[in-house]
Design a protein around this ligand. Structure first.
Ligand SMILES: Nc1ncnc2c1ncn2[C@@H]1O[C@H](COP(=O)(O)OP(=O)(O)OP(=O)(O)O)[C@@H](O)[C@H]1O
Ligand SMILES: [Mg+2]
Length: 272
């Protein structure tokens, strides 16, 4: 049996911690169409929260709201900043929000093309994030970029290659390196292993688990793949029709689903 992050008592919420993210009654509507609504949860330091649900259930909408790329139609998000403590994200200036996005947060997009700059080299993709947080020394930036390429299992001598010359799995790993290089505390990931073949997926998952562990990352992970959720997530929220229909510890939700939709989700995977 494969050990999961949830098996490790050092991971996940410990009582007494202050949540990194506090989300209350969050909702977003596209005109009259509801994207998601009434979403409430806390995310603790070093915790991985999985969001699962069928296509169109509101997962990406929720992630976009959390990462500041979509305005809220309803509710609040509070974030525990390094310098000011708990702040209401809606009250931040655009400049403060951009700084958070560049330093404290990382966003891994489902398609690497949305998360990488395809017209500049792999090294520049990593270096750009470093320069955004003040790095200026060219030699050091290149050394750090090389180091990160190695950490995500890309040959450091590919540093001057364009991402378009990388395979899908390599592009996804480069996207992860670009995000992690600034030592973020919170990562938003939308289907990080989507579109990859099974063996590449397994390696990427392994790598992600190691990095999440090493860096004490908190992660909001959107996936339609329950095996990915089981491997990475401590807790799960199951979405259907824009709302959360069930939530709890990953093993509890998957081994003893209560809501009929979760039961269907779990049983349909078992039948494959
Ligand atoms: N830009 C948009 N304009 C209008 N409606 C949208 C837009 N984006 C999403 N929606 C609607 O919001 C709802 C939730 O969509 P969302 O993309 O969040 O689902 P999802 O769970 O991420 O689906 P998938 O698994 O297919 O990526 C759907 O009804 C969708 O049609
Ligand atoms: Mg989506």
């Amino acid at each position: 049996m494969i050990a999961t992050l949830a098996d490790d008592p050092a991971n996940g919420a410990t009582n007494g911690d202050i949540p990194l993210l506090q989300v209350r009654d969050l909702g977003h509507s596209y005109g009259s169409r509801i994207g998601c609504r009434d979403i409430t949860f806390d995310l603790y330091p070093s915790e991985v929260l999985g969001i699962v649900g069928e296509s169109g259930s509101g997962k990406t909408t929720l992630l976009s709201c959390l990462s500041g790329r979509l305005p809220l139609s309803q509710g609040t998000i509070h974030y525990d900043t390094r310098t000011q403590g708990l702040v209401d994200l809606a009250a931040l200036s655009e400049a403060q929000r951009r700084l958070l996005t560049r330093t404290d947060w990382g966003i891994v997009h489902q398609s690497p093309r949305d998360g990488l700059r395809m017209a500049v080299s792999a090294g520049a993709n990593i270096g750009e994030r470093l320069m955004a947080v003040g790095a200026r020394h060219y030699g050091q930036i290149r050394d750090t970029a090389r180091d990160w390429l190695q950490r995500v299992e890309i040959q450091p001598d590919r540093i001057d290659d364009l991402p378009s010359t990388f395979s899908g799995g390599m592009q996804q790993r480069l996207q992860i390196a670009r995000n992690l290089v600034t030592g973020p505390r919170l990562m938003f990931m939308d289907e990080p292993t989507g579109g990859l073949d099974v063996s590449v997926q397994a390696r990427l998952l392994d790598l992600l688990r190691g990095l999440v562990d090493d860096m004490n990352l908190s992660v909001v992970l959107v996936t339609h793949d329950l095996a990915v959720a089981r491997l990475l997530a401590h807790r799960l929220m199951v979405m259907q029709g824009g709302v959360v229909v069930e939530s709890g510890l990953t093993d509890q939700v998957l081994d003893d689903p209560h809501h009929p939709y979760t039961q269907l989700l779990v049983s349909s995977v078992l039948q494959v």
